[in-house]
Design a protein around this ligand. Structure first.
Ligand code: GDP
Length: 458
């Protein structure tokens, strides 16, 4: 049972017009009442009403801050407990004053994610919904947000529950067969198990098919921009990001670090890695940059190879092309504003024509074509269908895969005429693995680990 009252600053700390302190727990209304001076007594007001007044020092009644207080009584609140939200002036001091007074009462500072954890423990949301709250906060694109939003609404939970129900039915059927074998024919039960397990497996596989796009939505397509020094990589990154974070320079080999930048193209998030020009070098500092580029290259979902078409193909270019040819590659032929000196044939032999984009970053030409090429590779139209439930959480993906193995075992066992009570074990395992996704019977340490990823006050 949760019986203490917690508080935290719910808004980002910094200058803003308002800040919010959130208090949750059985004593929250009475405690805030004791430090609040206003016309109405909070303990007597209706739920979901807002009240103007002052936070005061309970001993001296000195006014500390002018506030609006919202009362939301259990169970109609985020945590399903009595919740009081105190809106203060923005900035650091106002919220700190209110927090200081609160913490001198019978109130504990909330741990990161503790409000959401209480919402979960009190049964308002399940674990997959709680996890989606983190995704919601962290989402970096509209699509990632709407995918997380749907998960918070319970789309994934409903799907998981439906599959678990089917498995539960199957388990009940098996149970009857075990208890009253004379009422049933084993072969019929086996057929029933196979049918139901296959059905559930199909649904899980469908969910897993969304996992790759889900991951991309959440984390962005990890994109490495590679090429020899001075071909225009930093310029391209800047053009895409529309702000200058990378250093653009004329001296070869000065982009020494890997720079990360998040951008979205038509709602598709890209995590851009700008890499130091990959080439053999004697310079030690630059060598480090080159090493990092190589590992960035390994991590990338997409490689954008930039070539300067104003120069003939260089041995380093060929080496790079060789190195990346088995990857998802887009070749950018840059500096189209200058005369062409590059022989296209070799490039056209190695890469599909829809993967070759002609650009002049300097003249801002060809950016659209590059964006279209990227979208073409990763989202074969499927992403547009907004009704899909995306699975993007690695924990969920691992559990779905485990459940598939259990179901395969169950189906295999029926074919080998293994006693039915042993098959029951596999079906139950799948049911439990799916249950873990929504937080049915999960251990405290897992719960703690999940909620510790949250920010304070959520
Ligand atoms: P990096 O070393 O590959 O990152 O190349 P930079 O982005 O630093 O660019 C090297 C030089 O090429 C800079 O002087 C850029 O202004 C120039 N540059 C980049 N793109 C173009 C282009 O499309 N046309 C021309 N003419 N110059 C470009």
């Amino acid at each position: 049972m949760i019986n203490d009252t917690i508080a935290a600053i719910a808004t980002a700390v910094g200058e803003g017009s308002v800040a919010i302190v959130r208090v949750s727990g059985p004593e929250s209304v009475a405690i805030v009442e004791s430090i609040f001076a206003a016309k109405n007594k909070l303990t007597q007001v209706d739920s979901h009403t807002v009240h103007y007044g002052y936070i005061v020092n309970p001993n001296t009644r000195e006014k500390m801050e002018e506030v609006l207080v919202t009362v939301m009584r259990a169970p109609r609140s985020f945590t399903m407990e009595d919740v009081v939200e105190i809106s203060t002036h923005g900035g650091v001091i106002a919220v700190k004053r209110v927090m200081d007074i609160l913490l001198q009462q019978n109130v504990r500072l909330a741990e990161p994610g503790e409000f959401t954890k209480r919402a979960f423990l009190n049964g308002r949301i399940d674990l997959s919904q709680a996890e989606a709250v983190i995704d919601l906060i962290r989402s970096k694109s509209e699509r990632a947000f709407s995918s997380a939003f749907k998960q918070v609404q319970g789309n994934l939970s409903k799907e998981i529950e439906a599959q678990r129900y089917t498995l539960l039915e199957t388990m009940a059927h098996i149970e009857v067969n075990i208890d009253y074998p004379e009422h049933d024919v084993e072969s019929l039960t086996s057929a029933f198990i196979r049918e139901k397990c296959s059905q559930v497996m199909e649904s899980i596989e469908k969910l897993l098919r969304t996992a790759n796009e889900g991951k991309i939505l959440r984390e962005g397509i990890v994109t490495a921009i590679v090429g020899r020094p001075n071909v225009g990589k930093s310029s391209l990154l800047n053009a895409l990001a529309k702000e200058s974070k990378a250093i653009v320079t004329d001296i070869p080999g000065t982009t020494r670090d890997v720079i990360e930048e998040f951008i979205t193209i038509n709602g598709i998030p890209l995590k851009l890695l700008d890499t130091a020009g990959i080439r053999e070098t004697a310079d030690v500092v630059e060598q480090i940059g080159v090493e990092r580029s190589k590992s960035a290259l390994e991590d990338a979902d997409l490689v954008v190879l930039v070539l300067n078409q104003n120069e003939p193909l260089h041995a380093d270019d060929l080496q790079l092309m060789e190195q990346i040819k088995s990857r998802q590659v887009i070749v950018v032929l840059n500096k189209m504003d200058l005369p062409r000196q590059l022989e296209l044939r070799q490039i056209e032999e190695m890469f599909e024509s829809d993967r070759i984009v002609k650009m002049s970053v300097k003249e801002q030409e060809g950016l659209d074509a590059l964006e279209a090429a990227i979208a073409g590779i990763f989202f074969s139209g499927g992403i547009e269908s907004n009704d899909l439930t995306y699975v993007s959480n690695v924990r969920h993906i691992a559990l779905l895969k485990k459940a598939i193995v259990s179901l395969q075992d169950a189906i295999g066992a029926t074919e080998e005429h293994i006693p039915i009570d042993l098959i029951q074990i596999d079906v139950r395992a799948a049911w439990e693995q799916l249950g873990e996704i929504i937080g049915d019977a999960v251990g405290d340490s897992l719960i703690d680990q999940i909620f510790s990823q949250f920010c304070l006050g959520k």
